[in-house]
Design a protein around this ligand. Sequence first.
Ligand code: PRT
Ligand code: ZN
Length: 286
Amino acid sequence: MENIIRIAVQKSGRLSEDSLALLKECGIKFYNGGGKLKSPSSNFPIEFLFLRDDDIPGYVADGVADIGIVGENELVEKNKEVVTLHKLGFSKCRLSLAIPKGQEYSGLEYFNGKNIATSYPRILENYLAENNIQAEIHEISGSVEIAPSIGLAEGICDIVSSGSTLMMNGLKEVEKIFNSEAVLISHKGLNGEKQAIIDKLLFRINAVQTGKSNRYVLLNAPNGALEKITSLIPGMKSPTILPLAEEGWSSVHSVIPEDQFWEVIEELKDAGAQGILVVPIEKMVI
Ligand code: PRT
Ligand code: ZN
């Protein structure tokens, strides 16, 4: 039988949209409508399993799925034996300790002898042990943020993104204990053929991610400014320089990192560049 790999992705929730969008951008076609739990791709040797995120580390560790996409918070909490292949840069959040807004907070010792509600008992237990804090952990599976107001606990340890859930529940974030983002994980000890398919997928993911973190830039420059301008936008190997129809001018094409974009554009203008166009890059292979 031809080798295919199975990927576990979240069925619905905060990870699913970005996970599926990334795989689509990798050119993988699949159907995920109709509440199906399993779906093959029509153009890549991969089959999708749509699961709850809590189950993904376990399914990958057991080999039911070969790879999976899950948040690092869930991965560390479940503590299953899998390989982390790649950070995916989405579903970023943090696990934090929070207490009622009106309470004075002097430091971690605040939690000595207190009750803390959380859905992440393992991560919290390790953190408290590392910091020599003796607190009682109350494991609850959801709506952790209401625990202090109903008298279940004095503090909570929960996922924070914008911080608005804490605010709405009269809580304040006092310690950040863990940063998380979506990661691609794999089963340990896959055969060579499956590994080759995964390498192909990783190559595509890298091309998509590199494309997203760069911009293609085109501009016109007087020939006298070319030296300065090419030093500002060295590109992948070196910029492309083409003569314009107008004597003494050139068109320069290059690639710039997305996060340096505004500063570089200003420097290019100061150096004499005109008609600067900045274009997104769909895929980039270095
Ligand atoms: O049904 P299933 O079990 O698959 O999903 P789930 O409900 O357990 O998880 P889901 O879809 O809510 O989150 C999946 C993953 O997304 C998490 O494991 C994290 O890795 C990541 N993620 C990113 C988040 C958040 N951001 C987030 N904001 N997970 C949860 N939240 C919740 C948090 O629990 C809190 O209630 O959002 C609230 C805080 O958000 P802010 O913006 O108000 O601070
Ligand atoms: Zn879950």
